[in-house]
Design a protein around this ligand. Structure first.
Ligand code: DON
Length: 305
């Protein structure tokens, strides 16, 4: 497996040259566009990796999967989906348009920015710190990595420049889709986006989802089989934003991307995969990372369809 992963990384490195690192969050522009790494975590606890698999990156939108799980654990599925939908959009991840023109005006799904902000707003706690502790502790548990933390610089960089998300959040507050202190909700959202990890951490979260909610390395159940099923289904339809359809056809694995260059991909009952390559395509997904997943999916026949 290590040999296979190594050759797939080398075969696809050239695609990174066709992409661009994200720069709308200024501190992400410092990433090395040539990095490319992968880690595979199997359900019997084995891990395989290749390329730049030990380089840390901020998980960005991959955190939407985490906050969705925490919000469901706190509120139940029914309450969460009364505030956010389950439908793909076909629009970009930070689109404002559909919030106003659709009826009911709730965000389409928890994987786009508006939907994730609404989901994060549901996480309970007496203070911002307590809510954040809940998210970070859950992340440490599902990665098996107690050292998981946030990248302060990226967090502050997004907090200063995140006016698009501010617009989404204030619009939702005016429509009573979110309640409470908008700046505090945004702060929590910016922190979760700045959680830092490696391909290995991402592969472990994916392995838990692939294993129906049980941590493969300890046997501990962290979410129900039902919640795991719902999260993976939403990843298939919405996880790659307006590229979800194409990704389903070519790769066929429940997945979630982030503008830090990561993708979390959970192959039900087989394996968790984490890939990382900061050069992105026009839709905000890692350009070489997608090629890597495509080759791996073909090679090991991983499509669920
Ligand atoms: O809110 C944002 O714009 C970023 N913190 C996360 C966006 C993101 O990762 C979209 N992913 N492809």
């Amino acid at each position: 497996m290590n040999q296979l992963l190594k050759s797939i990384i080398e075969n696809n490195r050239r695609y990174a040259l066709e992409g661009k690192v994200a720069s709308y969050i200024p501190s992400l522009a410092k990433a090395n566009a040539e990095h490319l790494g992968i880690c595979v975590a199997t359900l019997d606890g084995k891990e395989f990796s290749a390329g730049d698999c030990d380089v840390k990156f901020t998980i960005q939108s991959i955190s939407k999967v985490i906050s969705l799980m925490v919000a469901i654990l706190d509120n139940g599925t029914k309450n969460v989906f009364s505030k956010v939908g389950m439908e793909p959009t076909g629009d970009s991840f930070n689109s404002i348009m559909s919030l106003e023109v659709k009826n009911p005006q709730k965000p389409f799904n928890p994987m786009i920015n508006a939907g994730a902000i609404a989901t994060t707003a549901l996480i309970s706690g007496d203070s911002l710190e307590e809510k954040f502790e809940k998210i970070i502790n859950f992340t440490r548990k599902i990665t098996g990595n107690d050292e998981i933390n946030i990248n302060e610089e990226v967090y502050l960089s997004e907090r200063v420049t995140g006016d698009r998300n501010r617009a989404l959040a204030y619009f939702m507050k005016s429509n009573k889709l979110i309640e409470g202190d908008v700046e505090e909700i945004l702060d929590l959202y910016f922190r979760q986006c700045a959680i830092e990890g490696t391909c290995r951490d991402i592969a472990r979260i994916a392995a838990m989802l692939a294993n129906d909610g049980i941590l493969p390395w300890s046997g501990e159940r962290v979410i129900s089989r039902e919640v795991s099923r719902i999260v993976k289904t939403i990843m298939v339809t919405c996880g790659m934003y307006d590229a979800s359809g194409e990704f389903a056809v070519h790769i066929g694995i429940p997945a979630k991307s982030g503008v830090g260059g990561g993708i979390l991909a959970a192959v039900p009952r087989r394996m968790g995969i984490g890939v990382f390559g900061p050069a992105l395509d026009a839709k905000g997904n890692t350009i070489a990372g997608i090629q890597v997943l495509q080759e791996l999916s073909k090679e090991l026949d991983l499509s669920i369809f």
